[in-house]
Ligand binder design. Structure first.
Ligand code: PMP
Length: 443
């Protein structure tokens, strides 16, 4: 019996022993196409020689130096690299080890900013239902997946939720996508007014929703309206690009495609491509300047902040992405993947929606296409698809719907940026077989 405490405590897990390119191998010698990059992490695939070499070089020099004594060359270079390519106004990088920590840092820095600027009444955070922002208590407080929150309800910080931007299910038939986007964005303004504008610190949202809604893209104009509302009421905009950022949607940051910049942004996953645990918060110059001119302190640090080996790894990952023009491949092969998915699932009886951007795609499964009725949760279709896909040598990221039927089961795809058309074809072929087998098994 395993002594590792797994997410599924009684679960039986294969033992991963190796990886090369888009493939992962287990101890039984079975190979899997990593079509989800784990959880949208392994954007360069596995065993990339340039990343391995950069890691060796750094570990030979310096693995660790505590940030209360030193900064390090890789941390400085990574921050410089990120800021040179960051959305407008972002000037500083806080480097941590995960997405949850990056979100925690955003919440804390937002709070510090308002203390420094004499607006300490701003303690409320607004986010969206059916969202995931991480597992630590602060991140869970803004998360909007009610079943994750339920056991900790009494322990969470004040969090307020508005509707997600979920075109497939929530747009009325008499609305254009644009009208729908503005209607749900305006829920933010209503919530700010209800709470009192001078009590609201920030609004938190994923630019493209990953785990909870399966690559749900925002309606056109939605984020522009959100940005206007935040500015009108002095509320900070925190974008969670932990999953959808760092090239996943075909531009380095997903918000570039929305034509807006946040005040704070969380990134992780693709930043280090899984070669090292790393996340980061990017902060606007306005916020950092307020602290610089005030107390001068952001008292929020952890032992592994700015870890030199993690930073050198992430820098190497980002340089390879640029050197090999991999975002052009994400756009090109993303279009190919979209075509293939729509051919295979566009008329499928049990697929209601195919959505996404770049190398970030989701299919939503339904018991009935016309009424969009989700499958019964107790069928555990998501678990069946995962099993059927693994049996066919394919890793995808299926997720269950909500118990109240406001979202259906979906499957998330996040193939590595190096994937070519032949890999995409194989992914869609195996996924099609796995979905059909899982549904046949469930019904
Ligand atoms: N935000 C989003 C959007 C995520 O998808 C995740 C991870 N799935 C997190 C935050 C938390 O990241 P981590 O698991 O690295 O703590």
């Amino acid at each position: 019996m395993s002594h590792v405490l797994h997410r599924s405590v009684n679960g039986a897990y294969s033992v991963a022993v190796g990886g090369k390119g888009v493939m992962l191998y287990d101890a039984q010698g079975k190979s899997y196409i990593d079509a989800s990059g784990g959880a949208a992490v392994s954007c360069l695939g596995h065993g990339h020689p340039d990343i391995v070499a950069a890691m060796h070089a750094q570990i030979d020099k310096l693995a660790y130096a505590h940030t209360s004594f030193f900064t390090s060359e890789p941390a400085e270079e990574l921050a410089e690299h990120l800021i040179a390519r960051a959305p407008k106004g972002l000037s500083n990088v806080f480097i941590c080890s995960s997405g949850s920590e990056a979100i925690e840092a955003c919440l804390k820095l937002a709070r510090h900013y308002f203390i420094e600027t004499g607006e300490s009444r701003r303690t409320n955070f607004i986010s969206r239902r059916q969202s995931y922002h991480g597992i630590t208590v602060g991140a869970l407080s803004v998360g909007g997946r009610m079943k994750d929150r339920a056991p900790f309800k009494e322990m969470l910080l004040t969090g307020h939720h508005i509707a997600p931007c979920y075109l497939y299910r929530d747009r009325r038939t008499d609305e254009t996508p644009e009208q729908y986007g503005l209607r749900v964005a305006d829920e933010l303004e209503a919530k700010i007014l209800e709470l009192g504008p001078d009590t609201v610190a920030a609004f938190v949202a994923e630019t493209v929703v990953g785990a909870t809604l399966g690559a749900a893209t925002p309606a056109p104009g939605y984020f522009k309206r959100i940005r206007e509302i935040c500015d009108r009421h002095g509320v900070l905009l925190i974008l969670d690009e932990v999953m959808c950022g760092m090239g996943r949607t075909g531009t380095l940051h997903a918000c570039e495609q929305e034509g807006i910049a946040p005040d704070l942004m969380a990134i992780a996953k693709g930043l280090g491509a899984g070669y090292a645990p790393i996340g980061a918060m990017l902060a606007s110059g306005r916020i950092v300047d307020a602290i610089r001119q005030g107390s001068g302190a952001f008292p929020h640090s952890q032992t592994y902040n700015g870890h030199p080996l993690a930073c050198a790894t992430a820098l190497a990952v980002q340089k390879v992405i640029e050197r090999d023009d991999l975002l052009a491949n994400v756009r090109l092969q993303g279009d190919h993947l979209e075509r293939r998915l729509k051919e295979r699932f566009g008329n499928h009886h049990h697929v209601g929606d195919v959505r996404g951007r770049g190398h970030f795609w989701g299919i939503e499964l339904v018991a009935d296409r016309a009424s969009k009725t989700p499958f019964e949760a107790n069928l555990k279709l998501n678990a069946r698809i995962k099993q059927a896909a693994m049996a066919r040598g394919l890793m995808v990221y299926p997720m269950g719907g909500t118990a109240d039927g406001t979202a259906g089961d979906h499957v998330l795809l996040a193939p590595p940026f190096i994937a070519d058309a032949a890999v995409m074809d194989m992914i869609v072929e195996r996924l099609g077989e796995a979905v059909d087998a899982a549904i046949a098994d469930a019904l």
